[in-house]
Design a protein around this ligand. Structure first.
Ligand code: SF4
Ligand code: SF4
Length: 155
């Protein structure tokens, strides 16, 4: 009999304990986000996609040295470039990025001697074919395919 009432008491305490947690959560600040109806806030360091960095004059910092492509463990970068005839530095003519194979390890960004590559926070990337994930990052190059879009850039 004593055990019965002891169990009953423990059950009631456990129930109140659970209700207290619920009550505290009810009056705590909301931390969930109504994605996709509301844009989720991302860290500026979020690794969404790669981009080629430009200087203040809009010139690409990339010299098409190919170090990033050689280092990439997933072999998802293809870089080609040429020197302008006026003798300037080598510039990329194509910079293909197969994002479907990218593991977002960041090795390419870290290895670049010119800080010419960075991540951009693209939150959502949806497509219906594998080719749609083959991106051309060089503005001067012909696009292999336009990304069929449902992607969101954060400012
Ligand atoms: S992004 Fe950097 S490492 Fe890659 S080809 Fe351009 S300069 Fe070289
Ligand atoms: S983040 Fe990693 S896997 Fe993706 S392109 Fe760069 S080196 Fe390759």
């Amino acid at each position: 009999m004593k055990t019965y009432f002891l169990d009953l008491f423990r059950g009631a305490v456990s129930l109140l304990d659970g209700m207290l947690v619920t009550l505290l959560a009810l009056f705590s600040p909301v931390v969930t986000e109504q994605y996709p109806r509301q844009a989720a806030s991302l860290s500026p360091r979020f690794r969404g996609s790669l981009q080629l960095v430009q200087d203040d004059q809009g010139q690409l910092l990339c010299t098409a040295c190919g170090a990033c492509a050689r280092t990439c463990p997933s072999k998802c970068l293809t870089v080609q470039g040429e020197k302008p005839t006026d003798g300037g530095r080598k510039m990329p003519t194509t910079f293909r990025y197969d994002i479907s194979r990218c593991s977002f390890c960041g090795t390419c960004v870290m290895i670049c001697p010119f800080s010419a590559l960075s991540f951009t926070p693209v939150r959502t990337r949806v497509a219906t074919s594998r080719e749609d994930f083959l991106l051309e990052l060089c503005p001067a190059a012909e696009k292999p395919s336009e990304l069929r879009v449902r992607q969101t850039h954060h400012p």
